[in-house]
Design a protein around this ligand. Structure first.
Ligand code: ADP
Ligand code: MG
Length: 318
């Protein structure tokens, strides 16, 4: 199969058409018409086999995840997804793999209204680079460097599930049978918090998505905003599956340092707390207050008011 046949079969016309796409796949460039009074938010992520994913990941899940992790970056800025390009490198043309990969990819693209407008197809070690473009009202994007001392720290969803799911997949953890598929799905199919991110535009003073674990990711907000923070580890939201599967200390370890949850961490000024309950409440996304921004530059962890030092738990970022 030639490259152009492959593109025609698997990519052209597969995603929904958007009125703001003048030219999609097929010419030298794609042409899009940005909306008025909006800024374009652009983010790019590469997933390389044996670095970011294991060869045994089902192709359909890889298709889903390769776009979902990019959408999570748009969510963290409060942007609305619009267009994407896909650079795909494969060792050989495997039609079964392509069929499943694109099924997963277009599942999530269609759900969020993202149009595939171009890309590149090459031979080599399997790797996927997606660049996603979104739109956000000018000056409304959520930043990392704009938190204020006293703002409350929140997260969406539950924490640590993806890392526990990965440990199950790698045979490093055994969990009660009824929780296994929930946890492995949280690893393979994270939910990008796209609507939640948009609903935070006029409420949050800063936001970031959680890709490396909150201890690592909150550091970007602390550095950017030149502040410290205190987090109460007993307030970290843990799924029923997490609580039923490991000890409380282990669960806190996963929640603090486990990667790839793709939840949002954001800060809310005291005056916006009421509005947050209504606005984010309407999206149906669970959110939990876990701490507060402080003066200084350090991150302090408390458990029942006492300083908390995490158990000797190390997360290997594969
Ligand atoms: P060029 O040589 O100009 O880069 P290509 O032959 O690589 O053109 O691609 C032809 C068209 O197909 C272009 O519009 C390109 O954006 C698109 N395309 C190539 N690979 C992909 C892909 N993996 N996904 C989506 N579009 C693709
Ligand atoms: Mg090309």
């Amino acid at each position: 199969m030639k490259e152009f046949q492959l593109i025609a079969k698997y990519f052209t016309g597969r995603s929904q058409s958007r009125r703001d796409v003048q030219i999609g796949i097929g010419d030298d460039c794609a042409l899009v018409t940005p909306a008025e009074n909006k800024s374009i938010a652009i983010s790019c992520d590469t997933l390389v086999e044996n670095v970011h994913f294991y060869p045994d990941i089902p192709a359909k899940h890889l298709g889903y995840k390769s776009l979902a992790v990019n959408l999570s970056d748009l969510a963290a800025m409060g942007a609305e997804p619009a267009w994407m390009t896909l650079a795909l490198t494969m060792p050989e043309v495997d039609e079964t793999w392509l069929e499943q990969y694109t099924e997963g990819l277009f599942d999530v693209a269609d759900y969020y209204g993202v149009s595939l407008i171009g890309g590149d197809t090459t031979r080599g070690t399997r790797a996927i680079t997606i660049t996603v473009h979104g739109q956000v009202p000018t000056d409304k994007a959520l930043r990392r460097n704009t938190a204020q001392a006293g703002d409350w720290i929140y997260v969406t969803g539950t924490l640590g599930d993806s890392a526990l799911g990965l440990d199950i997949l790698r045979n490093k953890q055994q969990v009660p049978g009824q929780y296994e598929s929930y946890l492995t799905h949280r690893h393979y199919r994270p939910t990008p918090r796209v609507l939640a991110g948009q609903s935070l535009r006029n409420l949050a003073s800063s936001a970031i998505d959680i890709s490396d674990g909150i201890v690592s990711d909150i550091t970007h907000i602390l550095k950017g905003s030149e502040l410290g923070a205190v987090i109460s580890v007993e307030d970290l939201p843990l799924s029923e599956a997490m609580q039923a599967s490991v000890s409380n200390d282990e669960a806190i370890g996963y929640a603090l340092t486990g990667g790839e949850d793709y939840e949002l961490l954001f800060t809310i000024p005291e005056a916006q707390k009421g509005a947050l309950e209504t606005t984010l409440g309407q999206t149906g996304v669970k959110f939990t207050q876990i701490g507060q921004m402080t003066q200084g530059t350090s991150l302090r962890l408390l458990k029942d008011g006492e300083s908390y030092i995490p158990a000797n738990y190390s997360f290997e970022h594969f």
